[in-house]
Every structure is written in C-alpha cells, then in structure tokens.
Design a protein around this ligand. Sequence first.
Ligand code: GAR
Length: 199
Amino acid sequence: MKALNRRLGVLISGRGTNLQAIIDAISNRQLDATIGVVISNRAKADGLRRARDAGIKAIYLDHRSHGDRETYDRMLVSELQAQNVGLVCLSGFMRLLTPVFLDAFPNAVLNIHPSLLPAFPGLDAQRQAWEHGVKVTGATVHFVTADLDAGPIVSQASVPVCDDDTFDTMAARILEEEHRIYPKAIARVLDGAGIPSLG
Ligand code: GAR
C-alpha cells in the first residue's frame, strides 16, 4: 500500500485524551503528521478545547440535526475532504460509520479500542473485560470496516489484570497503553503499513 497523505482528521465524542496523545506525539516529533481538523459529534467534548488550545481547527457537528446516518456521514466526509485529510483517526468517536464514509476513505480509517480485540467489541469494553474476570486485557488499534470493531489489527498492547486492581486502576493502565500505541500505529500506517490481506 502506498504511503498516505500525512494530514489527519480526528473524530471524537468526549474527553479526547487519545487526541491529546496524538497532538503531543506530533509536537515531540515522534509522529510526522499534521492534524487538519478535529470533529466532535458532542458540543461539550473536552477534546474540542484540547484541539483549539493546540491551534487546530475544531468543529462540532451535531449528529441529531443532520437527518439519517448517511446524511451525517456525508457532512463529515465533506469537512474532512475540505481539509485535505488523508487518514482519519477515531479517538473515542462513539458512532458507527456507514459505507458512505468508509468508501470515501478506503483503508484510511483507524480506531483505538480499549480491549484485546476480537475480545469485547462494542461499548464499555473495559467493563465487559472486568466483569468477565480476564487476567489479561489491553488495547487495540485497527482499521475500521463496516463490521463493528472487527477490522484488521495494526497494533495491540496487553495489560495484565493484577489481584489488587480495581476497575479504575485497570482502566487507567489500559488508557496509558492506548496513548502509547496509537501515535506509533498511526506512524506505521502513514509509512505504508496497509491492511495485510490487501498488500
Ligand atoms: C478510549 O478508551 C477509547 O479506546 C474508547 O473511548 C475512549 C476515549 O477516550 N473507544 C471506544 O470504546 C471505541 N469503541 P478519550 O476521549 O480520552 O480518547
């Protein structure tokens, strides 16, 4: 797969700590990229403030005022294309994307998920893992496809669950690993690490 244009679009719904990790990796020169735009579907997402503090264009696009999913995704695509984005990074963006979106960015949408996929896809993955009593969990960066949390894996980090862990201490360690692996995975994909089966 050929290397991608290094302008990122980051989609968020909340606090944006993974967005912050990407911003920090770019400013520390660990990640050779720029963020063209950050888009949130929630007005109060703290990630919007993080983006603006870093001088990055930040947009709130309310999914409730854009009709059906396809119409909303078309709006997202047009904002991202207006900023010449080559790779889209989902960072806690809690919405499913339709083929309208995925076809506009073929093999160029990444997601970070707080479990060792394919275990515990979907919402509240850390809670699912905790309640299952797993002894090892972790974080996964994967390409986004039409199937929820099931696209090809780019990178994973494991997190052991210790006897003295609480849910919160376990979840905090998962988040630390997310922050560590996401910028590195983005760098690999920008350097041309594509979906393995597509070459
Ligand atoms: C992260 O833990 C991310 O893995 C998760 O949302 C959180 C966002 O935190 N994403 C998913 O569960 C997607 N299925 P952040 O806003 O602080 O980056």
